[in-house]
Design a protein around this ligand. Structure first.
Ligand code: UFG
Length: 327
């Protein structure tokens, strides 16, 4: 039973994490500036509005709630935008996280769970991506997350900040109860855009690049269900609570699907046509990102139960049709 400061708790992954934390008996305190998050997604614990770049506000929130741990989701996360506006990513993600880490350490809160990404690995042809793989990000988003990983290691050495770093592959799906789900404004992610195109809320989906060196020419990603992903975070907290060493875990399934395969699955799940066109590559996209690690299963005892592509699209489609979503 502990109090967890959840930065980005009003966002897609953060709101699912708050639900999982509350179900596990913890109190999730959402810290969010509501720039990309939604006030009505904060349903499972207290809300403190604030910006990571505002250190005084962070100090106030640490003093008021005295959290036992931080779960840090708040970040800008669009690969394409990070290529055109890198400064936003270095300022918000890196400078913001540094503020948060310094505020946590100053408040004596030294358990930290961090949301990192497989985008830190970059484009490494034919390399099995596990936690020991080299990190060569090819976009500013991945570079900003790698920098935060480095900051955490430095603060462990200087101040004993214990941490678990999760490197996510592609997060998809929604809460099966449709209490929370994915809603970005603007939306840039493949599955929600595809579902919008299917039910006529948007124009046809554009496939970004059909000339990649993959069997069908489109990019390959490893999709993981948001509920499975946040379950790993609760296990990560337990890991720290048991005094275990700081650790990095990939969160993916080890199975990769191309954009065309995701389209095929969406057609099957929704029983509707997927309107799409073929366009040029998007800057910053890697050819293939698939996890090659089972460390989270072996060490944390993580057991993904909903991470088949069919289940993820089914849950995302239910959320889409729930009436909460207004794409
Ligand atoms: N794609 C399209 N058309 C679209 C949108 C996406 O073809 O309209 C393609 C992309 O080119 C990519 C795949 O679908 O090949 C997935 O794209 P997303 O935008 O859904 O996801 P990304 O892989 O770009 O990025 C996501 C998260 C990042 C994370 C990354 C790791 O947004 O935070 O996964 O791969 F780091």
């Amino acid at each position: 039973m502990s109090t967890i400061l959840v930065t980005g708790g009003a966002g897609y992954i953060g709101s699912h994490a708050c639900k999982a934390l509350a179900e596990a008996g913890h109190t999730p305190v959402t810290f969010d500036n509501l720039e990309t998050g939604w006030r009505d997604a904060v349903k499972f614990g207290p809300f403190a509005q604030g910006d990571l770049l505002d250190r005084a506000r962070l100090d106030e929130v640490f003093a008021e709630f005295q959290p036992d741990a931080v779960m840090h989701f708040a970040a800008l996360s669009q690969v394409g935008e990070s290529m055109s506006h890198p400064g936003k990513y270095w300022r918000n993600n890196v400078a913001g996280s540094l503020n948060l880490i310094e505020a946590a350490v100053a408040a004596g809160c030294k358990n930290f769970v961090f949301s990192s990404t497989c985008a830190t690995y970059g484009d490494q042809d034919n390399v099995v991506l596990d936690e020991n793989s080299a990190q060569y990000p090819i976009n500013a988003y991945g570079a900003s997350k790698r920098a935060i990983e480095d900051i955490l290691r430095d603060f462990e050495a200087s101040d004993g900040l214990r941490h678990v770093i999760f490197r996510y592959f592609n997060v998809a799906g929604a809460d099966p109860d449709a209490e929370v789900g994915e809603f970005h404004q603007p939306e840039t992610h493949l599955i929600p855009l595809m579902l919008d195109a299917i039910d006529g809320k948007r124009d046809a989906l554009t496939i970004f690049g059909t000339d990649y060196d993959t069997p069908d020419g489109t990019c390959i990603r490893d999709y993981v269900h948001v509920c499975d992903l946040v379950d790993a975070h609760v296990l990560g907290l337990d890991w720290l609570a048991h005094g275990k060493e700081s650790r990095v875990f990939n969160l993916g399934t080890g199975s990769g699907f191309s954009v065309r395969e995701v389209i095929d699955h969406s057609r099957e799940v929704t029983n509707r046509e997927v309107p799409f066109t073929e366009g040029p590559r998007r800057a910053g996209d890697c050819t293939k990102l698939v996890s090659g690690s089972t460390r989270a299963e072996a060490e944390l005892g993580w057991k993904p139960t909903r991470s088949t592509l069919k289940q993820m699209i089914t849950d995302a489609w239910r959320w889409h049709q729930s009436g909460h979503y207004d794409g």
